[in-house]
Design a binder for this molecule. Sequence first.
Ligand code: GLY
Length: 469
Amino acid sequence: MRIHDVAPGTATAAVRDWVQGGARRRAAATIGRMKTTAELREGFLSFFEERGHLRFPSWSLIPPPEDPSTLFISAGMQPLKPYFSGEKQPPAPRFTTVQKVLRAGGKDTDLDEVGLTARHASMFEMLGNFSFGDYFKDGAIDLAWEFVTEHMGLHPDRIWPTVFAGDPELGLGEDEVAVAGWMRIGVPRERIIPLPRSENFWGPAGETGPCGPCSELNYDRGEEHGCGEPDCAPGCDRCERFLEFWNLVFMEYHLHADGSLTPLPKQNIDTGLGLERGAMLLQEAESIFDTDGFRLIMDWIERESGVGYSTSPVATKAHRVLCDHGRGMTFLAAEGVVPGNEGRGYVLRRLIRRAVVQARRIGLDDVYRLPGVIVEQVGPWYPEVVENAARVEEVVRLEEERFRETLERGSKVFDELDASEAISADDAFTLAATYGFPIELTVELAEERGQAVDVDGYRERMAEHREIS
Ligand code: GLY
C-alpha cells in the first residue's frame, strides 16, 4: 500500500497499522540531536508520534475535488478539514503530518515576496500537530514549548509568543487563556504580544470554513537583524529581526460567507511549523536559502551560472527565485500539472516563466535542467518527484522553449516602452498575448523601474479577447 494513495478522511484500520508499524521502526533516534532539515522533519514527527499522534506523510498539493477553496494546498490542516468540521470521524484524535504547501495563485499567495526576503518561499513543507477535540490551548502550548526549547534547543528568552488581541466585529476579546498558558510555562507578560485579527486570527484560505484565534512563536534573531526603531517587536514589517516560525491555531469556529462565526462541534488544534524556517533557526542561517535543505540547489545555481548568490541584490533575488520556483515547478509537474492559461496550469506557467527571466539575469540558460538537482535534494523524502523526474524535465523544457521563442523580442518591446508613464492595458495585453509575458511578470518588471501597469484595463482587454476567441 502507498500511503500517498489514501485520501484524507478514508483512513482505515489497515492504514493505521501500517502507519504505526512505521512509528515503531523509526523509534525516536533523531529526537534531541536536531541540526539538519531532515533531522528536524523526522524529529518533529517522532516527537508527536511518541505523544500519541498518528503520523502521515504529505498528501497531494492538489486539494481533493470536494474542496474547491484554493488551487493548491496552502496549509497543513487543509486535507484534514472534514475532521475539523465534524463531517468525518478521524481515525485517531491526534495527527502529525508534514505537508507540501504551495502559496501561489488566488488570494493565498506569497509568490511576490519570494526573492525579496530571507524567509519567504512559495513552496514549502509544513510540519503540524493536530488535535480533533482532544487537547486544546494548554496542551498545544505545552507541547510546542517542550519541542522548541528542549528538542530544537532554542533559547527560551528569545521566544516571543503573539496572541489574538480580540476583535469587536467578531465579538471576541483578547485571548486571555492563551496569555495565561504562556505565562504558566514561564514566558513573562511583556514578551507576549497581542496582535489584531489580520495577524492572529487564522481563517481558511477560501471564503469559509474552520478557523480560530491563533498564537505564533517568533524567534528574536538579534538586534543586528533589526530596524532599530523603539517599537520593533514581533509583527514588525520593517525588518527581519523576529522570525515567525510556528503558528498554533485554536480551531473552534466555523466562518460563514456572511462573516459570522459559529462554534465547531469540538475545540481543535491545528499547528503549522515551517520546516525551512525551523531549519534556519537550528542552523543560525541568514535565510532559508542558506540552510542545508537548499544547499544542493543553491550550489548548482552558482556553479551553472558562474554568479555568486550574494554578489548583488539582482543575483540574490535571481538565486532565491530560481530555488523556490524550481521546487514549485518540480512538485507541480510531478503531480501531473501542465502549463496553461488558467488555474493551476497558469501558476505553473508563471513559475517557469519568472524563473526563466531571473535565470537570464545571471546568465543561466536551460532552466529545464534545474529540476534534476531539486529531485536530488528532495527525492529522499518525496518519492513522487523521483518517479516523475523525466516527465518534470520534459514539461519544463517545452514551456521554456515556448517562452524563449518570444522572450528576447518581448524584452526589447518592454525596454522600449516609455518608462515615465504607466504601462497601458494595450501594451500589457500585447506583452501577454504576443510575447507570453504573464501579467504578474509585466507588473514585477515595471515595479523594478518604478512604473505602474493598468492591470484592470488589461484584465478587461483579456476577457474581451477570450470571449471573441
Ligand atoms: N494552519 C496554520 C497555518 O498555516 O499557519
